[in-house]
Design a protein around this ligand. Sequence first.
Ligand SMILES: NC(=O)c1ccc[n+]([C@@H]2O[C@H](COP(=O)([O-])OP(=O)(O)OC[C@H]3O[C@@H](n4cnc5c(N)ncnc54)[C@H](OP(=O)(O)O)[C@@H]3O)[C@@H](O)[C@H]2O)c1
Length: 316
Amino acid sequence: MADKKIIAVVGATGAQGGGLVRAILNDPTSGFAVRALTRKVESDKGKELKKFGAEVVAADLDDLESLKKAFAGAYGAFLLTNFWEHFSPEKELAQAKNMAQAAKHAGIQHAIWSTLEDTRRWVPLSDNRMPTLMGKYKVPHFDAKGEADHLFAELGVPTTLLLTSFYWENLIFFGAGPKKGPDGKLALTYPMGAKKLPGIAVDDIGKCALAIFKRGKEFIGKTVAISGEQLTGAQMAAALTKALGQEVRYNDVPPEVYRNFGFPGADDLGNMFQFKRDFQEAFCGPRDPSIARGLNPSLQNFEGWLAQNKSRIPIS
Ligand SMILES: NC(=O)c1ccc[n+]([C@@H]2O[C@H](COP(=O)([O-])OP(=O)(O)OC[C@H]3O[C@@H](n4cnc5c(N)ncnc54)[C@H](OP(=O)(O)O)[C@@H]3O)[C@@H](O)[C@H]2O)c1
């Protein structure tokens, strides 16, 4: 342990960070040890991480001093913000700034910032094909992450920008799975037309991040975009039909219909899907699965992920 390089993992109790924790701790030859950051050291998840072999420390992304302490002595840091906890792009920006400053202060040698595209580079606010949200964003949970990219470079933090993809776990935890329509039949409802949605298993995000840390210098200053497979809604529905043993149809709806579904963040997600649909080449191109497979040879495709996870998908 003492000779291992410490990776400070933000979001260690969550999906992406948890995937990285598992990747590191399941690979005793990685040369890395995990320092898991959480606001709730004594929570069940915090205790579980400790039992699993992680050092668990208290830190809050809103508290710069706590981050400086948590990053002290670490070689690397995996950094993310959780938009869905507060729905505030400004808060994500402030938290990213705190992490960049703390990483600089601690002399972090390799940071991975889990970011997404600032969609306003492709859809300026004057472009009315989708509504402007919260005054100055098109896809708020993407835009602020992308806007924050420059903070790391400006402070001279050696950083890899990691562009992730739609987690297939969204079918389990995020209400994005098949639902029964009025006809009693299951349907997957995304406003993607016939375009492809890059997806990935969260554990593969962690495995790719570990490979990026291992290959260190090769990826500092670079952007790496990852997906496990890129499928149309119809292809996803066909894979679900096969895995679940009951028909799942793809229900294509216009983005404006999706934006008005009424759940919190529906407008943001409607714009997100529309961005992925209308800027397919810009979104899918960099996420060619061969990139993730080069980092992580055990990368799962959707069929493989379904074989392991189909029983966890709530059907309602
Ligand atoms: N769902 C998708 O398909 C998808 C795809 C790409 C990107 N994303 C992005 O992923 C992000 C969320 O990551 P996730 O899905 O891995 O998260 P998650 O599973 O929802 O868990 C959130 C994690 O963030 C930590 N956290 C949140 N606020 C914190 C704070 N103030 N201080 C310290 N830690 C804090 C939590 O730690 P504690 O509660 O233990 O403190 C927890 O570990 C979102 O911003 C989303 O936009 C999602």
